[in-house]
Design a protein around this ligand. Structure first.
Ligand code: N01
Length: 539
C-alpha cells in the first residue's frame, strides 16, 4: 500500500489513513479489514512478532479456556478449512503459530511495524489527524487510530519494596522468557492464584526442587477436561463451522454453552445435585455458563453451587487445612472469571509444594534472598509474579493519548473512571476507536464484530465526506449510566476482580465489562449504525 511521505524538522513523518495499535487477535483483523477498504494502514506492535496475548504469555500451561473450534477467526472459510486445532483447548505455542499462519496467509506483515511501542497519540484539531509517536521517537500521522492494544495486556506488578534487590531470577508471567526456563532443583515462588497461576502451578510443580505459592484469595477453579482433537472431530468441525458460528452468535457469552432457563431452587435438591455433577463432568465453562440462569443474579442460588464446588476441592486436597485455605468464601462463584484447571488441586498434595496464606500475613517486601511476609522470610532462586493486569483501561492509559483541548485520556478516566460510548469511543477523542471487547464474551467472536463495526463506521465517514466522528458527551453519559445499572443487577460487583478494576490499588471501582448478552450488545451497536451513528457527532 502506497504511503505519502512528509518531511519535517524532526525527520520523516509517515502519513496513513489509519494506524492500528497492536497485532493481536483484534489488531490483525482490523488491519486486514481497513486494508480491504482501500485505506493505507500501519499497525504498530510492541512485540517482535504477531499474537498479542498469545505472543506475550508464554508461561508453561498457558492455553484457551474457550473451545478451540470457537476461538479461530470465522471470517475466512478458507482459513477455517486449512487450520487444524490439535487440542480442544489449544495451548499458547499453537495459538501463536495460528496467528502467524493468519499473518502470512493474508500477507499482513508488510503493514506491521514490530518492536514499535506507541508512546503517545495527539489529536490535531485543525487537521483532524492524529500524530502518533513511538518510544523510539519515530512518528506517523493518520486520520483514524484504532487501539487494539488488548484488555489484559498492561501487566500489574504490586509495588512491593525491594523488587529490584532480589538476587535471583524474577519475571511476570506475561513477560515469560522465550527460551525454556530450567527449574530443576530450584526454589521457586509464585505470587498470585488467578487463572494464570492456576495453569502454571501444576506444570512447574513437577519440575522445580520446591514451590511456594503465595495466595491472598483462593478461586473457584473448575476442571478444564482438555483432550486431543481426533481426525473425525476435526472433519466434523470443518463440515459444520457455519452452524458452530451461528450457535455462538446466539448464546449470551458467545460460547457453545447457554444457561438453563430454570431457577435453581425450582429444581428439587436431588435433581439439582445430579445436574451439577453432570455439568462438572463436562469440559470448559459449562459449569458456569450452562448452569441455572440465576447463578449470576441470586446470592442464594450462587451459594448452592459454590458449596458444591468447595466440596469438590475438599475431596481432592489431602490435607484438610490446606483444602480449607483453597476454598473461596469471600466472593460468589463466577464473580471472577473461573480458572479452568488440570491437576491444580493435586499439586498441593505434593511434598515439594507449600501454600502460604498472605491474606493474614501479607507480603511486606522482596529481599535480596526472597520474600518477606509479616510472619517470616522465605528464600528463593526464582520469583514468578502471576499478579495479573491493569485490565481494559491500562493498555490505553499507559500511552499519552491527548484529544480535544489537549485533554489526556489518563486524566479523563482517572477522574471519571472508564467512560466510553458503546466501549468503542470516548468523548473528546475524535476518530479514535477502541477495538476491545466491551461485553463479557468469547474473545474472537466478539472482537470480530467490533472490528467490523469500526470498519463500517470508517467507511461511512469517508463515503459521506466527513472529516471526523466523535462520541457525544451526552451519549457517553447515558451509556455509562446504563452499563452501571446493568452491572448492579449481577453478582460481579461482589468480588475484588479485574472486571471491576478492583485488583489495582487506587483504580476507580466500576464495572469494566458490559454486563449484557453479546447478542444484545451487537444489536445495540447495529441500531446505532442504522440510525446514522446516533450518539456520534459527524463533521
Ligand atoms: O490475574 P488475576 P491472572 N499480594 O488478576 C494476586 C485471563 N486469563 O493473570 O485475588 C499477593 O486473576 C491476586 O490476589 P487477589 C482471565 O480472563 C485467561 O491470573 O487480588 N497477591 C491474584 O491471585 C483472567 O481472569 C486464561 O487477592 C497479589 C493474582 O495476583 C485474567 O486473564 C488464562 C497481590 C492475580 O490474578 C487475569 O488472570 C490466564 C499482592 N499484593 C488468564 N497483588 C485462559 O485460560 C495481586 N495478587 C484463556
Amino acid at each position: 500500500m502506497a504511503t505519502a511521505q512528509q518531511t519535517t524538522s524532526t525527520g520523516a513523518v509517515e502519513q496513513f489513513d489509519a494506524v492500528v495499535i497492536g497485532a493481536g487477535v483484534a489488531g490483525l483483523y482490523q488491519l486486514y479489514r481497513l486494508r480491504e477498504l482501500g485505506l493505507s494502514v500501519r499497525c504498530f506492535e510492541d512485540g517482535s512478532g504477531v499474537g498479542g496475548t498469545w505472543y506475550w504469555n508464554r508461561y508453561p500451561g498457558c492455553r484457551f479456556d474457550s473451545e478451540s473450534e470457537t476461538y479461530g477467526y470465522s471470517w475466512s472459510k478458507e482459513l477455517l478449512q486449512e487450520w487444524n486445532w490439535k487440542e480442544h483447548y489449544s495451548g499458547q505455542p499453537e495459538n501463536e503459530q495460528y496467528l502467524n499462519f493468519v499473518a502470512d496467509k493474508f500477507n499482513l506483515r508488510p503493514n506491521i511495524q514490530f518492536n514499535s511501542r506507541v508512546k503517545s497519540a495527539v489529536y490535531d484539531e485543525k487537521a483532524n489527524r492524529w500524530d502518533v509517536q513511538l518510544e523510539n521517537g519515530k512518528r506517523a500521522q493518520s486520520q483514524f487510530v484504532v487501539s487494539a492494544a488488548g484488555i489484559l495486556s498492561s501487566r500489574y506488578t504490586p509495588p512491593f519494596s525491594g523488587v529490584e534487590s532480589f538476587k535471583g531470577l524474577s519475571f511476570h508471567t506475561s513477560r515469560w522468557p522465550k527460551e525454556k526456563v530450567d527449574f530443576t532443583g530450584k526454589r521457586v515462588a509464585v505470587i498470585g492464584t488467578g487463572a494464570t497461576a492456576v495453569q502454571l502451578i501444576p506444570i512447574i510443580a513437577k519440575e522445580v526442587g520446591h514451590l511456594t505459592v503465595f495466595q491472598r484469595t483462593p478461586n473457584y477453579c473448575a476442571p478444564l477436561r482438555n483432550g486431543q482433537v481426533s481426525p473425525e472431530t476435526q472433519q466434523l468441525w470443518k463440515a459444520n463451522y457455519d452452524k458452530i458460528h451461528q450457535r455462538i452468535r446466539e448464546t449470551p457469552a458467545a460460547f457453545m454453552h447457554d444457561f438453563d432457563p430454570r431457577n435453581t431452587f425450582d429444581v428439587p435438591k436431588e435433581e439439582r445435585l445430579a445436574r451439577y455433577e453432570e455439568l462438572w463432568a463436562q469440559p470448559g465453562f459449562s459449569k458456569w455458563l450452562a448452569n441455572f440462569h440465576d447463578i449470576m443474579t441470586s446470592r442464594e442460588a450462587n451459594e448452592d453451587f459454590a458449596e458444591f464446588v468447595r466440596n469438590k476441592i475438599r475431596a481432592r486436597v489431602k490435607n484438610p487445612a490446606v483444602a480449607e485455605l483453597l476454598c473461596p468464601k469471600d466472593h460468589p462463584f463466577g464473580s471472577k472469571r473461573i480458572p479452568l484447571e488440570t491437576e491444580y488441586y493435586e499439586a498441593y498434595n505434593r511434598d515439594n509444594v507449600l501454600l502460604v496464606d498472605v491474606r493474614n500475613a501479607p507480603i511486606e517486601a522482596i529481599t535480596p534472598k526472597g520474600i518477606k511476609t509479616t510472619e517470616k522470610e522465605y528464600e528463593f532462586d526464582v520469583i514468578i509474579y502471576a499478579t495479573g493486569f491493569d485490565a481494559i483501561t491500562g493498555a490505553l492509559t499507559s500511552m499519552d493519548i491527548r484529544g480535544e483541548g489537549g485533554q489526556t485520556l489518563k486524566d479523563k478516566w482517572a477522574n471519571k473512571g472508564l467512560s466510553t460510548y458503546l466501549g468503542l469511543q470516548t468523548a473528546g477523542f475524535p476518530n479514535f476507536f477502541i477495538a476491545t471487547n466491551a461485553a463479557f464474551c468469547n474473545y474472537t467472536v466478539c472482537a470480530e464484530s467490533i472490528v467490523e463495526w469500526i470498519t463500517d463506521c470508517i467507511r461511512y465517514v469517508r463515503e459521506k465526506g466527513y472529516k471526523r466522528i466523535a462520541a457525544t458527551p451526552q451519549a457517553e453519559e447515558a451509556w455509562v449510566e446504563h452499563a452501571n445499572e446493568l452491572g448492579s443487577h449481577t453478582l460481579l460487583s461482589d468480588a475484588k476482580s479485574w472486571f471491576m478494576g478492583a485488583n489495582i490499588p487506587g483504580k476507580k471501582r466500576a464495572i469494566l465489562l458490559y454486563a449484557n448478552t453479546a447478542p444484545a450488545y451487537r444489536a445495540k451497536c447495529s441500531e446505532v449504525a442504522a440510525k446514522g451513528y446516533e450518539g456520534f457527532q459527524l463533521q
